[in-house]
Design a protein around this ligand. Structure first.
Ligand SMILES: Nc1ncnc2c1ncn2[C@@H]1O[C@H](COP(=O)(O)OP(=O)(O)OP(=O)(O)O)[C@@H](O)[C@H]1O
Length: 313
């Protein structure tokens, strides 16, 4: 990933309303060349709307955006030539077979070399001889993946890409995404799946009710997520000295074991525990799932839990 290069995607204060309904409000983020940018949020949060705006399929109500330095409202065709798009709701012509469909898209794109397309079809076990309408959801999704990747686009825009795929195919898809970024290309990955975004994303934005509530690296989020630390003491101990520390809360205690939630660094906790005569310690790595869920919940009342808060309302 090249974070010093010009961003490949820039979105600044983007708003789209649908009459009285909100689509997205004041959405801002950038994507650097060669990164996997995860876009995460609950149903109806505004992920697909943002994607459609970036591809010139919707016009913004206000705000600014650039893809490859181009304006999607004017240069949608030029942008789409350089993008591979897998829509969230894949509508494929039902009567065509997989092969006919791939041929048609290849011809739109002026793609004559079939080597990569054939390799992708084989890799995902795409069923190419049957009409699309007879395929299962997962098998249609495999065709969608081949269609998005087969021309080796500079930017992949993938809306819920693994929906309907079995675990083996999800794994294959993860390999494909890694190969794509190793090749210097860029991926925008929209998903509900925390695990998928954690596993593949370099940075991510969480969107809720049309607004971005946090943007950070996966590692940054993990650092800012609360950890659970257990301390054991012999005899009575004055835990107030520990809970007075910034970012430390007592979660419970049983016999000589005291359980704390710790946000931020542990240095002060450790020195205080040492002074108080702690006899043992265990710490668990931050649980990102718990952090994400807390963002989902907190966003409703404007709270946030950590990371670079870009737009908390
Ligand atoms: N064409 C449209 N007309 C009216 N409202 C729309 C339209 N497209 C999106 N919206 C509204 O915009 C909001 C965001 O929807 P969007 O489809 O972007 O969410 P999403 O995050 O992609 O959700 P999901 O994960 O369920 O696909 C929703 O309130 C939705 O009802």
């Amino acid at each position: 990933m090249d974070t010093t290069a010009e961003p490949l995607v820039e979105v600044d204060q983007l708003t789209r309303r649908f009459g009285p309904r909100r689509g997205v409000t004041d959405v801002s983020f950038t994507i650097s060349p060669g990164e996997v940018f995860g876009f995460l949020g609950p149903n109806g949060a505004g992920k697909s709307t943002t994607i459609r705006l970036l591809l010139g399929l919707y016009r913004p109500t206000s705000g600014r955006m650039r893809v490859f330095g181009l304006d999607p409202t004017r240069d949608g065709v030029a942008i789409n030539r350089r993008v591979g798009y897998l829509p969230g709701e894949l509508a494929l012509p039902p009567k065509l077979t997989g092969t006919q469909l791939l041929d048609r898209f290849a011809s739109f794109r002026g793609l004559t070399d079939r080597t990569y397309r054939d390799a992708l079809s084989k890799r995902f076990g795409a069923q190419l001889d049957q009409p699309v309408r007879t395929l299962s959801k997962g098998n249609r999704q495999k065709l969608g993946i081949v269609l998005a990747f087969m021309h080796r686009p500079e930017l992949l825009v993938l809306d819920e890409p693994t929906s309907g795929l079995d675990p083996l195919m999800q794994d294959e898809f993860a390999h494909l995404v890694r190969e794509t970024v190793d090749d210097g290309r860029t991926v925008l990955l929209s998903s509900h799946d925390l695990e998928e975004v954690q596993q593949l994303g370099d940075r991510l934005a969480i969107i809720k009710e049309g607004r971005i509530i946090v943007t950070d690296s996966v590692e940054g989020l993990r650092r800012s997520a609360p950890r659970t630390v257990d301390l054991w003491f012999e005899g009575d101990v004055d835990t107030a000295q520990i809970t007075d520390l910034d970012g430390v809360e007592l979660r419970g205690h049983e016999d000589g074991r005291y359980t704390f939630s710790v946000t931020g660094t542990v240095a002060e906790l450790l020195s205080t525990a040492g002074r108080l005569g702690a006899v043992d310690i265990s710490a668990r790595r931050a649980d990102l799932d718990e952090l994400f869920l807390s963002y989902y919940r907190d966003a409703a009342d404007g709270g946030t839990t950590g990371g670079e808060v870009t737009d908390a309302h």
